[in-house]
Design a protein around this ligand. Structure first.
Ligand code: 5GP
Ligand code: MG
Ligand code: MG
Length: 180
């Protein structure tokens, strides 16, 4: 069997505890509102499923698929939204669910794109953030973990489409393509 990654930088237990906290916070902040969770696939799938079940108020679920171009491990900054929402978000309170905010370009693009559909509000929730890597100033309202400038995999995040199923977060080997 192909070896999976060794030491986690965020363990399953830490994920579980933090996501429970985030769910509590979001439940309080959105009580009485018309919440739609918009997940950004594929990366956010694992976090999304866990977070949605940690939120204890009624909500709608929806997804968009985003492709970013470039051969490296990092985003090239050119983002393409490949699928449309299925829910009408006009007048609703949208929470965009991301795996990681790195340069910030993807979130910046998606918030602009969703705003055109006239939701009542849009906020951003991400499992991970690398503040050191930011090139645009985007507002991120809920952050699970701030992490250092290392390429991570697991818990939804991939390296060449693999390792998304790793149940914890690990740093990719230094021998890997860092896309720089
Ligand atoms: P941004 O547009 O903020 O630069 O990048 C967001 C996207 O870049 C993420 O959704 C993810 O696909 C990719 N990305 C950035 N950093 C990492 C990382 O450390 N690991 C993985 N697997 N993807 C990353
Ligand atoms: Mg993402
Ligand atoms: Mg990726």
């Amino acid at each position: 069997m192909e070896r999976m990654f060794g030491r986690p930088i965020v363990t399953q237990e830490q994920m579980r505890a933090r996501i429970r906290e985030m769910g509590r916070q979001i439940s309080a902040d959105y009580a009485g509102k018309d919440l739609v969770l918009v997940g950004v696939l594929k990366g956010a799938y694992a976090f999304y499923a866990d977070l949605a079940r940690a939120i204890r108020i009624p909500l709608r679920v929806d997804f968009i698929v985003v492709a970013s171009y470039g051969s490296g491990a990092r985003t090239s900054g050119k983002v393409k939204q490949v699928t449309e929402l299925t829910e009408d978000i006009k007048g609703k309170d949208v929470l965009l669910i991301e795996d990681i905010v790195d340069s910030g370009l993807t979130v910046q693009y998606l918030v602009k794109s969703l705003a055109k559909k006239k939701p009542k509000s849009i906020k951003v929730c991400t499992l991970l953030s690398k503040p050191e890597r930011r090139v645009v100033d985007v507002q991120v309202d809920y952050v699970g973990f701030k992490i250092p400038n290392k390429y991570v995999v697991g818990y939804g995040l991939d390296y060449q489409q693999k390792y998304r199923n790793l149940p914890y977060l690990a740093v990719l080997d230094q021998t890997g393509d860092q896309g720089e």
